[in-house]
Design a protein around this ligand. Structure first.
Ligand code: FES
Length: 181
């Protein structure tokens, strides 16, 4: 697709997914002439879709009369924004100093192996997205991860794997395919 916005080639591929842009018409109508509201618009757009679809970023640029590069730059600069859909369960693995010195790297390796993804990716079944975060505010539990807002720690590699397995078991139990550990 050619959008006339001089997007890098690697980003044009992201335009392939279908997104209902009508869902953010109200947000844009409310803020369209307020260039200073870009972050608010991005926050409200993410609240609608759960992430920031590339098509939505282009529409925001068009409606707010901003360069697409400025909108994309803001969306990638702030850690609160996501450019990809997230899984049903969002894992935030702390990379703060206390967690780092207490072995956060080992937890990252265990989680990547257990989930068969890299940091920043979502499992093929859509259950988990694995991301990192700065200090989660519960350093006494270091090393710690947060899943759907609940903190788990202090972790070992085995404990981290066990948490993932437990959540998977719960999912299967809900589907009637298995039982909880
Ligand atoms: S450094 Fe990990 S919770 Fe503070």
């Amino acid at each position: 697709m050619t959008c006339g916005c001089n997007l890098p080639k690697r980003l044009e591929a992201a335009l392939d997914c279908e997104v209902d842009l009508d869902l953010i018409r109200g947000v844009l109508q409310h803020h369209h002439d307020q260039a200073g509201s870009l972050i608010t618009v991005l926050q409200e757009t993410q609240a609608v879709y759960g992430y920031l679809p590339m098509r939505a970023l282009l529409l925001i640029a068009q409606e707010m009369k901003l360069k697409p590069s400025k909108v994309y730059g803001a969306a990638t600069f702030y850690t609160q924004f996501r450019l990809k859909p997230v899984g049903k369960h969002l894992i935030l693995l702390c990379q703060g100093t206390a967690c780092h010195v207490n072995g956060a790297d080992r937890i990252a390796t265990a989680l990547c192996e257990e989930l068969k993804i890299d940091i920043g990716e979502t499992t093929a079944d859509g259950f988990f997205t694995l991301n990192t975060a700065a200090c989660l505010g519960c350093c006494s539990l270091a090393p710690v991860m947060m899943i759907d807002g609940q903190a788990y720690g202090p972790l070992t590699a085995d404990k981290a794997r066990a948490v993932i397995k437990r959540i998977y078991s719960s999912e299967r139990a809900v589907d009637g395919e298995g039982e909880t550990a």
